[in-house]
Design a protein around this ligand. Structure first.
Ligand SMILES: Nc1ncnc2c1ncn2[C@@H]1O[C@H](COP(=O)(O)O)[C@@H](OP(=O)(O)O)[C@H]1O
Ligand SMILES: [Mg+2]
Length: 278
């Protein structure tokens, strides 16, 4: 496969994601009651999810000729078809729909490029904060906000542990709280006091990528479009996303789009395996 990854491609994906974010904000900021439908899997969907999907889909289809787009809000091709794809876009036009409905700002636009099952480029845009995280193999990871753009990277565990600073954990607001509490009790048994922040959406992986958190344990279900873009950012920033066997999370390997439970780890040189699996 010829290389398609470039800073120019990343910038174009950022621009498309920001545009989708603007469409989401139009719905978010409109007066009147927000209409919420329920999809066949019982998850909520709004006009904002669909508006973002309608911007992302044609824009990405034009970006690299012949590369298909798999969207949470689009048609899902059967696995016999998808399994032939060695390169495709996977998008979650609005991740954190529950938080969108709660109006707490914790929702994101997610676009990832997958090659041979691995997330190689990703953009996570946070419309309310007007912050964009982006990263790609060989390009590193960046964060853009009103102040401009900077390179981001994960933070090392050792100086924190040496100076007895608590490690910081991020976790969902809505899913898997019981299992995370048990895990935290175990971590605190080894390392002492631990900080915990709860929030919605793929923003949690980005906090690990930028070195604001050390660990995101996801001990609840997600789908591949929820994690692909942010995993690309985490990996470009020096971190890893692993399942409960500590194997890197992979895409398009099976019929169901559900991910296994996983851990997002900032500093892979630390012995997380012993700490988490005990
Ligand atoms: N039972 C389930 N099966 C699959 N995915 C689930 C799920 N429960 C929650 N999720 C996913 O978790 C995401 C929210 O995670 P968080 O709690 O960290 O914000 C949702 O994203 P959407 O908002 O895009 O639907 C949804 O895709
Ligand atoms: Mg989602």
């Amino acid at each position: 496969m010829e290389n398609v990854i470039s800073r120019e491609l990343l910038d174009r994906v950022i621009a498309i994601s920001v545009q989708a974010g603007e469409a989401i904000l139009e719905v978010y900021n409109a007066s009147g009651e927000l209409e919420v439908d329920t999809k066949s899997d019982d998850s909520p969907v709004t006009a904002a999810d669909l508006a973002a999907h309608r911007i992302l889909l044609p824009a990405l289809e034009q970006l690299i000729e012949g590369v298909p787009v798999l969207s949470e809000e689009g048609k899902l091709p059967p696995f016999e078809v998808r399994s032939q794809w060695n390169r495709y876009w996977i998008i979650d036009p609005l991740d954190g729909t529950k938080e969108f409905i709660r109006r707490n700002g914790e929702f994101t636009v997610n676009v990832a490029l997958i090659e041979n099952g691995e997330p190689v480029l990703g953009v996570v845009h946070v419309p309310v904060l007007d912050i964009t995280y982006a990263g790609a193999r060989s390009l590193g990871a960046i964060k853009r906000d009103a102040g401009g753009e900077k390179t981001i990277g994960v933070r090392a565990m050792q100086p924190r542990l040496d100076s007895s600073q608590p490690i910081e954990v991020v976790a969902s607001r809505s899913h898997g709280a019981g299992a995370v509490d048990e895990l935290l009790a175990r971590i605190e048994g080894s390392l002492g006091e631990t900080g915990l922040k709860n929030m919605g959406s793929s923003l949690k992986l980005c906090l690990v990528a930028e070195g604001a958190a050390d660990l995101y344990p996801r001990l609840a279900l997600t789908c591949e479009w929820d994690t692909a873009a942010a995993q690309a950012v985490v990996e470009a920033a020096g971190g890893i996303v692993v399942d409960e066997q500590f194997a890197l999370l992979r895409y398009n390997q099976k019929d169901a789009l559900l991910n296994p439970f996983f851990y997002v780890i900032g500093d892979p040189s630390y012995d997380w395996k012993s700490l988490l699996l005990g």
